[in-house]
Design a protein around this ligand. Structure first.
Ligand code: SF4
Length: 403
């Protein structure tokens, strides 16, 4: 019988952690690193691994906005960590520079293409933008079809259905055509000022500013739709190198270091919990060891989402990662991300690991799990108060693990 959720609600902070503004969590400070142009050289990635092991717990996470974060940093060690991150090009030199809007690039950009050129221009000009809300972000996604549609962004650079460049202000039905990348960046800059002048700081996000766009930004073009609803970059060989997945968005620094072979030139981050290792080809390597990374497109963990849970997050009352791994082992014959359905294990109703619905969602509450079918972490459950073994049994008896 369906039961209404508890009125207990997760804490919504309304701001994003960074390196200069770390967030206190259940396992210490969380320090977030934003790779410039969505890429770290191999040397910088190795430095990040060193930082994770020296000042953190050794875990590195890849977020849904393609940022990397260290966990378990203690307050006493944080100043030394920051000096290291700045010295190695992993953090902005000061807090003000870090607070500029995040740029998310479609990971398969090429040097000289519109995505890359727009990012380079914006990097130089964002210092002159007005102060914007913490969560503000730009998606630079100017390939033939967008790939970042599922990632929240206030402004997007994309293509129209005719193939021209367009700027999309979030929440609008049409996009504004622009002549070239220079014009796109100029328009984005002007729209950022317009957002602030239109009360955007109070509204928080572009989609919440309901005023019509000004005449100089008239939105008249339909944008190209994504041609594929499967998240991009399948683990395995890629024309630019090799893709590896991070199970539930995290890996140890030791695992990552082990795949950073000498022939890798850089590592691109993605919002899909996968890294593109530039320059390495799977065919040149032996079969990957069981290193905690995902190398196989059929890995059942690709069809699962799990947040850090307890003890990593202070809002969690359940250890999501252990249950996720136990369920993944029972889905070992599963068809990876080609599966018809997803399984979401959330430490609380906030649903950090997945904002959309999943075929099966287990949400922690007061040390037990609620079961939600076809919904989000905060939707009404069909069963409540399940322990881990209850949850596994419930799903096994209903064949729900063979999604
Ligand atoms: S969903 Fe998970 S990570 Fe997010 S606040 Fe809840 S317990 Fe923490």
């Amino acid at each position: 019988m369906k039961e209404k959720r508890s009125s207990a609600t997760p804490q919504v902070r309304g701001w994003c952690p960074g390196a200069w503004r770390p967030m206190a969590t259940g396992d210490g400070l969380l320090v977030r690193v934003r790779p410039p142009l969505g890429r770290l050289t191999r040397a910088r990635m190795l430095s990040l691994c060193e930082a994770a092991e020296t000042w953190g717990s050794g875990l590195i996470e890849l977020t849904r906005r393609a940022n990397l974060q260290l966990r378990g940093v203690n307050e006493a060690g944080w100043p030394e960590l920051m000096a290291f991150l700045v010295e190695h090009g992993l953090a902005a030199p000061d807090a003000a520079a870090e607070r500029r809007p995040a740029l998310l690039l479609a990971p398969e950009w090429r040097e000289g293409d519109a995505t890359y050129e727009a990012a380079r221009l914006l990097e130089r000009r964002l210092a002159d933008w007005p102060a914007l809300p913490d969560k503000w972000g730009l998606a630079l996604d100017a390939g033939p079809a967008p790939v970042l549609g599922d990632v929240p962004a206030d402004l997007r650079l994309e293509r129209s259905i005719e193939g021209g460049l367009v700027v999309r202000a979030d929440g609008r039905d049409l996009a504004t055509p622009v002549a070239d990348v220079e014009a796109a960046v100029a328009l984005m800059t002007r729209l950022a000022h317009w957002f602030v002048d239109s009360g955007g700081l109070a509204a928080g996000r572009m989609r919440r500013v309901t005023a019509p766009l000004p005449g100089w930004a008239a939105a008249t073009a339909a944008w190209a739709e994504s041609s594929d609803d499967t998240p991009g970059l399948t683990p395995g060989s890629h024309p630019a190198g090799r893709v590896v997945g991070l199970a539930f968005g995290r890996a140890t620094a030791a695992s990552l270091r082990a795949v950073l072979h000498d022939d890798i030139t850089g590592v691109r981050v993605t919002p899909w919990r996968r890294l593109l290792l530039e320059g390495e080809h799977a065919s040149t390597r032996d079969a990957a060891p069981d290193d905690g990374l995902i190398h196989d497109a059929c890995d059942p963990r690709l069809a699962m989402d799990a947040c850090p849970g307890a003890p990593f997050c202070a809002q969690a009352s359940v250890a999501t990662q252990g249950l996720a791994q136990a369920l993944a082992e029972r889905r070992s014959e599963g068809p990876g991300e080609s599966a018809a359905g997803r399984l979401h294990i959330s430490g609380c109703a906030k649903g950090c690991a997945r904002s959309g619905p999943a075929e099966v969602c287990l949400t922690g509450r007061d040390g037990r799990y609620d079961l939600i079918l076809g919904g989000r972490a905060d939707d009404t459950p069909v069963a409540t108060g399940l322990g881990e073994s209850d949850a596994i049994e419930y799903l096994e008896t209903r064949d729900a693990l063979r999604l």
